[in-house]
Design a protein around this ligand. Structure first.
Ligand code: FES
Ligand code: FE2
Length: 303
């Protein structure tokens, strides 16, 4: 499976609650997510090293996860702390733990050799605590590369989004001078910009300083991508109004995403790295750079 090496925004923090293991699938792997006594997330392969049943069926007991089948307990580094039939720990019996961190309401997973993990995930510094945000999620049954490329492509706006944001979009008025570097793809637009940070977060500034759309593209497996979509806004400082605006903005964005969905799902099911036959035009400059970097920094064949 082909995925870029790096920190991925991978799970919404609100989905993992204390005291309850939760089954999730990321990078094609079944995982269990839970929180230890400090509330820190722990992400493990969802398989008990005793006889391979799902740990997500278990329970949380005193900061450890307990398998539902025979009650073996594991701590937050995956070591077995108790085998009930011997009444002893079994330190050599280990669950695989995936390196994770939590910030900005997201749990991030490192994909790649653990020793190569950078200190912390990339973020958009402009999305700071002055903004209120609201979120929804939507799953696209297609490869992550196609979902991301759709958000780097502005030339579809007057066609796919003619009835929403693309109605007055003048393609001739856009200078396709992308700013490209190892970590970022950015395009300045007349009234804002869009920016992507490898491997999987994107933002669009629509009204300077006041409103950003944000998406984290989360690889469930090679055929499915989960999108966490957020509206960041500071139109008002009143919590009630912020909440209501968040709901309205999310409804609008769902309508726009629905327009994208129809075409994005009609791509062939494989990664865009296999789409060498496609003819890219100047507006596709960001996509070309995305494909190049994605191929260079693949974190594949690492388990
Ligand atoms: S399979 Fe988990 S304790 Fe036996
Ligand atoms: Fe679109």
């Amino acid at each position: 499976m082909e995925f870029y090496k790096g920190w991925y925004a991978a799970i919404s923090s609100s989905e993992i609650i204390r005291g309850k293991p939760t089954a999730i699938k990321r990078f094609g792997q079944d995982l269990v997510a839970w929180r230890n006594t400090d509330g820190k997330p722990v992400i493990m392969k969802d398989s008990c090293p005793h006889r391979s049943v799902k740990l997500s069926l278990g329970t949380i007991k005193e900061g450890n996860i307990r398998c539902a089948f025979h009650g073996f307990e594991f701590d937050n580094v995956g070591s077995c702390t108790l085998v009930p039939e011997t009444a002893k720990p079994a330190p050599n019996l280990k669950c695989s733990v995936i390196k994770s961190s939590e910030s900005h309401g997201l749990i991030w997973l490192w994909h790649g050799p653990e020793g190569e993990a950078t200190e912390k995930p990339e973020w958009f510094e402009e999305l700071n605590d002055d903004f209120a945000w609201s979120q929804y999620s939507s799953q696209f049954p297609c490869h992550i590369t196609r979902c991301i490329e759709n958000q780097l492509d502005y030339a579809h706006l007057p066609f796919i989004h003619a009835t929403t944001i693309g109605g007055n979009f003048d393609l001739n008025g856009i200078d396709s001078n992308f700013e490209l570097d190892d970590k970022t793809i950015k395009l300045q637009l007349k009234t804002g910009y869009f920016k992507f940070k490898f491997p999987n977060i994107w933002t669009l500034q629509i009204l300077p300083e006041r409103f950003h759309q944000f998406i984290a593209f989360v690889p469930v497996d090679a055929q499915n991508t989960l999108l966490y979509v957020r509206a960041y806004q500071k139109f008002s400082t009143f919590p009630g109004i912020r909440q209501m605006l968040g709901l309205i903005l999310n409804i609008q964005s769902q309508q726009i995403l629905q327009q994208d969905r129809r075409v994005v799902l009609s791509h062939p099911a494989y990664s865009s790295s296999l789409a060498e036959h496609e003819k890219l035009y100047p507006s596709d400059q960001g996509i070309a750079w995305f494909r190049k970097r994605w191929a260079e920094v693949t974190g594949d064949d690492i388990k």
